[in-house]
Design a protein around this ligand. Sequence first.
Ligand code: G3I
Length: 347
Amino acid sequence: MNTLGRLLVGALIALLPAADTAAAQDLPLRSYAERRGFHVGAAVAVRPLRNDAAYRETLRREFNMVVAENAFKWSELRPSRRRFDFRGADAIVEFARSNGMAVRGHTLVWHRQVPRWLVAGKFTRDEVADLLRQHIRTVVGRYRGKVSAWDVVNEAVDDETGGLRADSFWYRALGPEYIELAFRSAREADPDAKLYYNDYSAEGMSRKADGVHKLLSDLKSRGVPVDGVGWQMHELNGFRAGAEHRENARRLIALGLELSITEMDVRVKLPASADDYGRQAEGYASAAEFCLSEPNCKALVLWGFTDKYSWIPGEFPEWGDALIYDRNFRPKPAYSALRRALAATGP
Ligand code: G3I
């Protein structure tokens, strides 16, 4: 572009209102987030991080927070009772460090991806408690100062009843006490990391959300060190964050908790149309606008960022295209909508 062109563009940009000016600059998502002291993040899979240059470059450019999609789970960290395998987790933590990104640790206790040797091990209650304590101390201790928030307990509340999920190795082995044990062990291992409870389908007002609120209220009343609640936000196209999310956020914040959106994706019925992608964009924008307008909402983390690597098609046949970049790393309308929300000046 010649000098006259640059002058004309500069003059045009100067005429735009602040928000549009920022958006018109087409900065990466993280640039807008960092201006707000906010985190915009994505779940990371080790294999593409190692093998896909476009994946690494997009991740590095656009996000200031990462979370391991699987590398921090028991099944990946604990191939046997006596052995840890930190290679995947270390690769993600090192990538984050070298690119100025915060790290969420996901997850210390979950009813899924529990290794076979543990489930089939016929351990006593005390042995399981010791294994859990040792696991948390080892893993949280290793990443002390490198992981800013941990999903200490993931998905402990039953979808239907709102009570504690009974189909859990941890619940069967230790009873409800496993939750307090996990949080107290994590706090002992890292006095500074934010300790989260993380779940899905408990973002709006529902029986399950009531159950999460009851669990957290009980934990807080007993002085259990819980700092935040993660809303996974795995949504169907047509989703909008609204009044019931605001109502639920208010009662959780009243418990002294912070909030993060931790695993967002908005799946679309395939084959998707341009209208579908437009509605998807509105869903992402509404979640970002919600979180940015809630002082205690600290981060918006997506569960991946490109449709090339997403858990959705494997879990929900006929559904997909849930993220903000397409399979060729081209930004979708959802990316632009998310960027506009991040770029918009506050109220
Ligand atoms: O690592 C093994 C590999 O060694 C083996 O060869 C291969 C084939 O069996 O499996 C690999 O493990 C897979 C793992 O992903 C790593 O790729 C598991 O089978 C597979 O079940 C696992 O799926 C993950 C799922 O959690 C497990 O429940 C998804 O990638 C991951 O996106 C998903 O993430 C969860 C969050 O942690 C919690 N919230 C819900 C979210 C979606 O389910």
